[in-house]
Design a protein around this ligand. Structure first.
Ligand SMILES: [Zn+2]
Length: 175
């Protein structure tokens, strides 16, 4: 028989410490944030900023001022309209609030460190030309169908150029 952890009964509508394994951190993408009415802990009706994530398996987060300030820092903007698409990293921390001590969800005050690997050579994709590894992986995926490091992207680009340069010769090859 499978057993049910007490955490499963916590805040079913919003993300909370219950959604994290010990020491787990989640990297999530903000979809949108807006003022919403919600029912907080203990059934108290309240209204505040709620952050929704693009990841469908991650529940929305009621953003207190600590977390809102950290999102502002990561996003580089205090305006919630600018938060769309911003990646943040969530973790849990034991905090004392309203006389009670327990784990709470916190936003890291730095952008998530992400690793992307080149599909051609296997090396970690490094930031280049002012583009983040994520941006480079996305743009090479779009152009070549694979995620590439800057070196391998250049190689593919040169190979493609050479191929294209040969094409007219093939077309005129009447035999
Ligand atoms: Zn490579």
């Amino acid at each position: 028989m499978s057993k049910t952890h007490w955490k499963k009964f916590q805040n079913p509508d919003y993300i909370g410490a219950y959604a994290f394994d010990e020491g787990e951190e989640k990297v999530v993408t903000i979809d949108y944030a807006q003022k919403e009415k919600y029912t907080g802990n203990g059934g108290k009706k309240d209204e505040g900023l709620v952050v929704h994530f693009a990841e469908k398996d991650v529940k929305p987060m009621i953003a207190n001022s600590t977390n809102s300030k950290r999102i502002e820092k990561v996003a580089g903007s205090p305006y919630v309209e600018d938060w769309h698409g911003v990646r943040i990293q969530l973790y849990t921390e034991v905090v004392t609030a309203f006389g009670e001590t327990g784990p709470a969800v916190r936003v890291r005050d730095f952008a998530p460190k992400e690793e992307f690997y080149c599909d051609d050579c296997g090396a970690a994709i490094k930031a280049s030309d002012g583009k983040s590894p994520r941006q480079i992986a996305a743009s090479t995926k779009k152009r070549y169908g694979v995620e590439l490091c800057a070196n391998c992207a250049t190689k593919r680009f040169e190979a493609k150029k050479a191929e294209e340069a040969e094409e007219p010769v093939n077309e005129n090859d009447e035999d």
